[in-house]
Design a protein around this ligand. Structure first.
Ligand code: UT7
Length: 329
């Protein structure tokens, strides 16, 4: 017997504190106008000193549970996509499991940077298709601002904190709400385009690395931009061909939210209308693994995305990782 997966509920949370472009003008040599024109970003949300990634994730997860109409004790598994977990060890998934009050269910972190949510969707979808699990909590959450160098104008304008979550459930046999496909990719030979040096087993944190500010992310922005456009556009074409869909069949494109110009260029690449691209990058900047589930939740709650519509999701991030998915929502 084979089963299908549906997105049964969505939730998201952005921290209260806001860092506007005008705040960033005071930190580095940049302007609100430049940031808006080159990225579409106007503000990002930054968590409080006493908040960490699982605090954001917990709020998003509770909203997703409520939206799916199930309670924490009905969950069979937690997949937590993040590059900025509370600790290197234990996993944030285990911490979230305990905060939710679940007992015993498997829980693990998944590290695919900004493509984390699509990777997690693929993993969760396969667990449900196999019949092993019925209800999976899939979270993308980041407190990325703690790895941002607020002296580096190439990166500090881009990133914010946030969490998004979905409940993956088992679809009924005649259900029109299904995850139709997921496609994943990676290109490790280009890993040095987007890097965080200090803190891993190869280069543990030392005073010297801190002096060189290697505890912050470094990115070759222009290269990443070009790769992001090409790769996400290719991933979208792959997903549409696999499902035998044309541009007209897709109700909404939800790309990873890193820069509005990237989203626009991806859409342009395969003649997809800009009006059908979901973007909330102006409000939150790049929240890495959280961007797609947050954008999905916002657009569902504000009435743009409706049940039964066909969604095309695509992501790209450090690794370099990438992926796409088609969801009949
Ligand atoms: O999740 C995936 C990870 N990240 C991304 O997807 C981000 C990908 N990259 C980008 O979004 C863009 O490349 C950036 C927003 C980072 C930069 O925009 P750009 O249009 O690619 O600018 P650029 O790097 O080509 O720089 C153009 C000019 C340069 O000046 P010159 O050399 O032309 O005189 C930069 O020094 O803009 C300058 N510049 C800035 N000026 C004001 C670079 N950053 C800034 C800044 N404010 N923050």
């Amino acid at each position: 017997m084979s089963y299908r997966t549906r997105i049964a509920g969505t939730g998201s949370y952005l921290p209260e504190k806001v860092l506007t472009n005008f705040d960033i003008e005071k930190l580095v040599e940049t302007t609100d106008a430049w940031i808006k024109e080159r990225t579409g970003i106007e503000r990002r949300h930054i968590c409080a000193d006493d908040e960490a990634t699982t605090d954001l994730a917990l709020r998003a997860a509770n909203k997703a549970l409520e939206s799916a109409g199930i309670t924490f004790d009905q969950l069979d598994m937690i997949i937590f996509c993040t590059v900025t977990g509370d600790h290197l060890m234990p996993s944030s998934a285990c911490i979230l499991q305990s905060k939710l009050g679940c007992k015993g269910i498997p829980a693990f972190d998944l590290q695919a940077a900004c493509s984390g949510f699509i990777y997690g969707l693929s993993v969760g979808d396969n667990f449900i298709r196999s019949g092993q699990y019925k209800n999976i909590l899939l979270v993308g959450a980041e407190v990325i601002h703690r790895y941002v160098d607020y002296k580096d104008r190439d990166t500090c304008i881009l990133f914010g904190d946030g969490a998004g979550a979905v409940i993956l459930g088992r679809a009924q046999p005649d259900d029109h709400q299904v995850v139709c496909s997921t496609h994943l990719g990676a290109e490790g030979s280009l890993a040095d385009l987007f890097f965080l040096q200090a803190g891993g087993s190869k280069t543990p944190i030392t005073h010297e690395l801190l002096d060189r500010r290697e505890n912050f992310m470094k990115m070759k922005g222009r290269e990443i931009f070009k790769n992001a456009v090409r790769t996400m556009a290719g991933a979208c074409e792959q997903a549409m061909a696999f499902n035998q869909l044309t541009v007209e069949d897709i109700d909404w494109l939800i790309p990873h939210q890193a820069n509005y110009r990237i989203m626009e260029a991806v859409a342009h690449f395969f003649d997809f209308p800009k009006e059908k691209v979901i973007s909330i990058v102006h409000e939150m900047g790049n929240t890495s693994a959280a961007t797609i589930p947050v954008a999905l939740d916002w657009a569902f709650r504000d009435g743009r995305i409706k049940r039964g519509q066909t969604l095309l999701l695509t992501a790209f991030g450090a690794g370099l990782t990438s992926g796409s998915a088609v969801v009949k929502f």
